[in-house]
Design a protein around this ligand. Structure first.
Ligand code: FHN
Length: 439
């Protein structure tokens, strides 16, 4: 999205090309690792001997745990197996270009050292050391961008409390204590920027009724003032639903990118930066009874589908309380990495498809008057022939990306037909590079 409307709204009118400069690496990256890690990994979906329904990081809410009881978890949290270098390597080898880790989730517990509270990993746990800075250094050593998630909703902070119906979510802000909480939040964010210098601040928990649009704009403006190159998502204002803050480009706070709550058209949302975050199973934070793991083929198809519509894929892992990424996650990351080593060219630096194809997805890379369409064949044709519209482009040559073998291209003004090997290759070998020109 051109950040200009948001910049103007936030009082920091930056020329659109500055916003484009800021977003350039993010648009090229296309694929990142989400990490949900915190005290909730200790109960791992179970409380007082009872399995709790729902996502693991919400256990304080789902089991309705009083703050003083939940605080006991900190005494157990000692991730002695935490190996930030191994985590960064796993992301790198999966073909991911950035890492977004929870610095503070809804339970208010901080994985970084903060002067604002003792409810952090340094003061409250036997581990006693900052967790984020080592990961930021490990990510940079692997050439990855380090980014942090931060929840506005905070079930631990005394200024926020339960709603009238007794639920933490959506939490309320106590009478006359909103300014106090915003000051707390701003100080923590300044500490985060100072200690681990994230490239993206990924906000969440922006839905409680007390959080209003002007506060979103204020927060955006505050952060823009601290770090002009910082990328901020749209979960700071109320723009999340359908990304109205982005796709309609209104003067409300818009943020640099959003997470769509609706289907994205096959040819993407022109001028809008968006990211789809997903789990590999059915929880963000670790649950000991993880099940419903998605197959690697599904995860790769998600990546391809999202990139074909001009979006980024932020794929989650939920480490254990001991500090280990679950083996089932590592296995999928390694397999995705194999696919990316062969086909990464069809994802990185691509933009939304100019055409809709029924038998797969298409990503595009432009280079002046030339360029390439990357055709991801999901349904290999039995008769060995694939046809699709040219979208105003001219077809040149075609090859299998995996081994460069030439494919026959027959084209008219409006469409092209490829003749393929009858035998469908493995998914890892089923991406076709169609060179095109615009004149
Ligand atoms: O409530 C959170 C949830 O725990 C998780 O962090 C997801 C990730 O996008 N965000 C919120 C639900 O939308």
């Amino acid at each position: 999205a051109s950040a200009e409307p948001a910049e103007q709204a936030a009082g920091h009118a930056l020329p659109a090309d500055e916003a484009d400069t800021r977003m350039a690496w993010w648009r090229d990256a296309r694929f990142g690792m989400f990490i949900h890690w915190g005290l909730y990994a200790a109960p791992a979906g179970e409380w007082n001997g009872e399995k709790q329904a729902g996502i693991g990081e919400w256990i304080m809410n789902t089991a309705d745990i009083p703050v003083d009881e939940y605080e006991q978890l900190a005494a157990q949290f000692n991730p002695t197996k935490y190996d930030p270098a191994a985590w960064a390597k796993a992301a790198k080898q999966a073909g991911m270009k950035y890492v977004v880790i929870t610095s503070k989730h809804h339970d208010g517990f901080c994985l970084f050292d903060t002067k604002t509270t003792e409810w952090d990993v340094v003061d409250a746990t036997p581990y006693g050391r900052d967790l984020l800075r080592p990961l930021s250094e490990a990510c940079r050593a692997e050439g990855l961008k380090f980014c942090t998630y931060y929840s506005i909703m905070d079930w631990h902070h005394p200024a926020q409390g339960k709603s009238a119906d007794g639920r933490y979510n959506p939490s309320t802000i106590k009478e006359g204590r909103k300014a106090e909480y915003i000051k707390y939040m701003e100080q923590q964010l300044a500490e985060l920027l100072e200690s681990c210098d994230p490239e993206v601040l990924w906000f969440d928990g922006e839905w409680p009724d007390w959080w209003t649009e002007p506060d979103g704009k204020r927060l955006y403006s505050y952060l823009r003032g601290l770090k002009p190159s910082l990328i901020i998502n749209n979960r700071v204002g109320k723009g999340r639903k359908g990304m109205e803050g982005l796709s309609k480009g209104d003067q409300q706070y818009a943020g640099d990118f959003g997470t769509p709550e609706q289907q994205i058209p096959a040819t993407g949302l022109p001028g809008v930066d968006w990211e789809s975050c997903m789990t590999m199973n059915d929880t963000w934070g670790f649950r000991a009874d993880d099940h419903k793991w998605k197959s690697t083929e599904t995860l790769v198809r998600n990546l391809v589908d999202i990139a074909s519509k001009g979006g980024n894929y932020l794929l989650n892992v939920g480490p254990t309380a001991e500090g280990e990424i679950p083996a089932a996650s590592l296995e999928r990351l390694a397999q995705i990495g194999e696919w990316m080593r062969v086909n990464g060219e069809s994802i990185y630096g691509t933009s939304a498809s100019p055409i809709e194809i029924p038998w797969g997805r298409c990503t595009v890379k432009r280079d002046g008057d030339a360029g390439s369409l990357y055709l991801h064949v999901f349904d290999w044709p039995e008769d060995g022939r694939l046809t699709a519209p040219l979208g105003g482009l001219k077809a040149a040559t075609a090859e299998l990306l995996a081994n460069g073998s030439e494919l026959q291209v027959d084209a008219t003004e409006t469409q092209f037909t490829l003749t393929l090997p009858e035998q469908a290759p493995d998914p890892i070998d089923s991406v076709i590079k169609l060179k095109v020109t615009t004149e």
